[in-house]
Design a protein around this ligand. Structure first.
Ligand code: NAD
Length: 258
């Protein structure tokens, strides 16, 4: 018995990184999965490999959301789960951030989650209930210099999660958020995107940095976030809704003066 037998889950930003690991784990746990992304070649290849469906979904576009739900229903008959995972990061000093850049981050990270909830929640309710997991960040719970637009959107996702949980509980839809610290994906280790890049050296360099910053002494792995998303998407979390879950190796726990 898989923890998601009979479930149908759309995972956004699933062509790589945390979304990819979520798609892999959810399929392994019995779910019908829709791998959704703007990276069509990677997304198609992953879906083929794991036995999922791929759909092109730019999370900032209303029409794409409608089409994604239609594709999910056509493939599996219903939809009762959503992982809003897609996101982008831009580094900039707040007072030097161009409006276009700020709005781009809002469009993908914040509007994308809003549209996902608005489009998919009624489908989940119609299927008898289910789950939504939104990917915020530990930067959704504390400040982080030079990622102002990103931190603003991740705080907004925590707020959207709480409101959605309140409004959807009566329709049997649970809504929670994951708040990862530093996770070893292309977002934090761009060597993963460079065909000539040394991914292992990149990961080791990151571990060296995070061994000093993070109590558990290393960067997180996308598989670890996927296991939290699974917990929040299955019956193991049946009495939990409206909460942000930090997964950061202890980074947010506090500071040490020694
Ligand atoms: P990643 O860059 O590897 O993955 C992001 C995915 O989102 C990619 O597949 C990308 O193509 C997709 N995407 C980007 N714009 C999109 C759009 N408009 N529509 C649909 N898909 C789009 O990085 P990741 O670490 O796997 O990121 C996953 C989530 O985790 C993001 O929301 C990110 O903000 C969050 N997060 C990451 C970290 C980290 O350290 N890596 C920490 C905290 C939170």
């Amino acid at each position: 018995m898989g923890k998601l037998d009979g479930r149908v889950v759309i995972v956004t930003g699933a062509a790589r990184g945390q979304g990819e690991q979520e798609a892999r784990l959810f399929v392994a746990e019995g779910a019908g999965v829709v791998v959704a992304d703007v990276l069509d070649d990677q997304g198609e290849a992953l879906a083929k490999e794991i036995g999922a469906r791929y759909v092109h979904l730019d999370v900032s576009r209303e029409d794409d959301w409608r089409a994604a739900v239609d594709a999910a229903r056509k493939a599996y008959g219903h939809v009762d789960g959503l992982v809003n995972n897609a996101g982008i990061l831009r580094f900039n000093e707040l007072v030097g951030t161009p409006l276009e850049e700020f709005e781009e981050v809002v469009r993908v990270n914040q509007t994308g989650v809003f549209l996902g909830i608005r489009t998919v929640a009624p489908e989940i309710a119609a299927a008898g209930g289910g789950t939504i997991v939104n990917t915020a960040s530990f930067a959704g719970l504390t400040g982080m210099a030079y990622v102002g637009a990103y931190a603003a959107t991740k705080h907004a996702i925590v707020g959207l999660t709480r409101v959605a949980a309140l409004e959807l509980a009566a329709r049997n839809v649970r809504v929670n958020a994951v708040c990862p610290g530093a996770i070893d994906t292309a977002m934090s280790n761009p060597a993963q995107l460079d065909p000539g890049g040394d991914v292992v050296a990149g990961a080791e360099a990151l571990d060296a940095v995070y061994s000093k910053l993070v109590p558990l002494g290393r960067i997180g792995r996308p598989e670890e976030v996927a296991r939290l998303a699974l917990f929040l998407s299955c019956e193991d979390s049946s009495y939990i809704t409206g909460q942000p879950f930090v997964i950061d190796g202890g980074w947010l726990a506090g500071v040490s003066v020694i």
